[in-house]
Design a protein around this ligand. Sequence first.
Ligand SMILES: [Zn+2]
Length: 328
Amino acid sequence: MDWNRMMEDQPVVMTMLKQSMEKDRLAHAYIFEGMRGAGKKHAAWLTARSLFCPYRENAAPCGECRECRRIEHGNHPDIIVVEPDGASIKKAQVEALQKEMTYKGMETSFKIYIINDADRMTAGAANSLLKFLEEPESPILALLLTENVHFMLDTILSRAQKLSFAPPAPEKRARFYREEGASETAAPLLARLPDEAAGDYQGEATDWIVQGRALVIQLVEEVHSRPHQVLLTLQEKWLAHFKDREELDIGLDLLLFWYRDLLTVKHNGQDLAYPDQRETMENQGLQMPETEIARILQLILDAKRKLRANVNAQLLMEHLLLRLQEGS
Ligand SMILES: [Zn+2]
């Protein structure tokens, strides 16, 4: 939770927050929207620290005083966090929040509440919050965080100031997933998957990604050097691991990342989805002209498109793997 790092990662958002704090002109409600890993939570907690830290300088919290440390450890009485209880944020949760907010501040007259995944409020919860946003009873700052701002009610959007976080670069997203507990091999892959897919496979579920990754490495090796093996691996392993359309789509993404990495390696790029496979890729890349890699990328993208159009998944994969071999 470093102010300067946040300033570098999200200069627009952080400058706006900084200036509003310095001029004492914060809005009473903000929506922090942007991709997973963009730093919305960090920004929310830094804002909270800045507002409570008595030693802040140019809006940056000192990070060392009692207030800063209490906030870092998540036990400041005047900061309340709400997040989904199961799949959604329920009306009772918002009502409980409202109640807590109307108590007088324990030590100051100021309170902050942070709602994580605010788009997951039920209609009832959103409507309760709406009344609350309309008539703040005491000095209160609301920070609503979301990856899916398009799912939020217009009535809420119109009562809050929206700050859009820039999408983080893959390396920064990978750092985020590592901080969330993903392994060294899983993090760069999660960083490249769409949010909604990556979200399902972080934490304890990363094993599934790691196993899928091993399958991609095996399959690619077979496509280019042991083609007679490919259909067997498809049958026995690939289709057993990537079971439905959604999972197969992720499988195709993982395959796509491999060939994208090949191009990156050919151009001496650094940011890889499979960083520990660089040597294998250098050998493979040597034998494969750029036009061939481009052809393969196009085939995988076509397969992803057809998958959405409901074609038979097994036939689709067989067809793709046969076409991949044509060039080699
Ligand atoms: Zn401080």
